[in-house]
Design a protein around this ligand. Structure first.
Ligand code: GRF
Length: 222
């Protein structure tokens, strides 16, 4: 009989904070009960006190801490990080609130197998304080984006964006809350696409099922 089960996709998650996106990934893999080929094989943090590490331990996922302050500079830290990550033979590396700017060498090493999530409708609002900036600009819509990582900070070909309306009475906190809920939908979706072999980085952008995803990626308006 022909085995239809896709090959396992080893995923390493990097984070620095609370790890609610990690939790969404764990939950989505568990809920799929074997139908999702993604397997989170390690969670790595640059901060020993990151709550995301607790979540990983609770889920029985191996964890590791690599403190960037113990290294002379970015290149030295990133080289050690690559060595640590590659020990888990990842097919995909997922940045889930990893608060480090990554060197060109790191990004090139994982070209086409490195995803990030950002709390804005990229290319708008790269960097920090995205919710406040969207409100202050008078935008009517905001959201979040999953993208392949390139050497440009918060740049790189877009995979999927969730777009939500900004309400008149929104504060950065209320808006962040609703955007976060969307992050928990689109990141597991993108990771599953990748794990299933449906998503890849082509020469001129992200491809889903062989079709170019275009400048905004796949758009979701919940
Ligand atoms: C998210 O807002 C994500 O977009 C950004 O970092 C945050 C991580 O949140 N890259 P959490 O730790 O997953 O809750």
């Amino acid at each position: 009989m022909h085995d239809q089960t896709p090959a396992r996709c080893n995923v390493v998650v990097l984070l620095s904070g609370t790890g609610s996106n990690l939790q969404a990934l764990i939950d989505s893999v568990n809920q799929a009960a074997g139908a999702n080929p993604a397997r989170i094989c390690a969670v790595i943090s640059n901060r020993a006190d990151a709550y995301g590490l607790e979540r990983a331990r609770h889920a029985g996922i191996p964890t590791a801490v690599l403190d960037h302050k113990a290294f002379e500079g970015r290149e030295a830290f990133d080289a050690a990080l690559v060595e640590l990550i590659d020990g888990y033979t990842p097919d995909l590396v997922v940045l889930a609130g990893f608060m480090r700017i990554l060197s060109g060498d790191f990004v090139r090493h994982y070209q086409g197998r490195l995803l990030n999530i950002h709390p804005s409708l990229l290319p708008r609002y790269k960097g920090l304080h995205t919710h406040q900036r969207a409100i202050e600009a008078g935008d009517t819509e905001h959201g979040c984006s999953v993208h392949f990582v390139t050497e440009e900070l918060d740049g790189g070909p877009l995979v999927v964006q969730a777009v939500i309306p900004i309400q008149l009475d929104d504060t950065p906190a209320t808006l962040a809350h609703r955007v976060h809920a969307q992050e928990h939908q689109i990141y597991p979706l993108a990771v599953r696409w990748f794990a299933e072999g449906r998503l890849r980085l082509g020469a001129s952008g992200a491809l889903l099922d062989g079709q170019a995803l275009g400048a905004s990626g796949h758009l979701i308006r919940p």
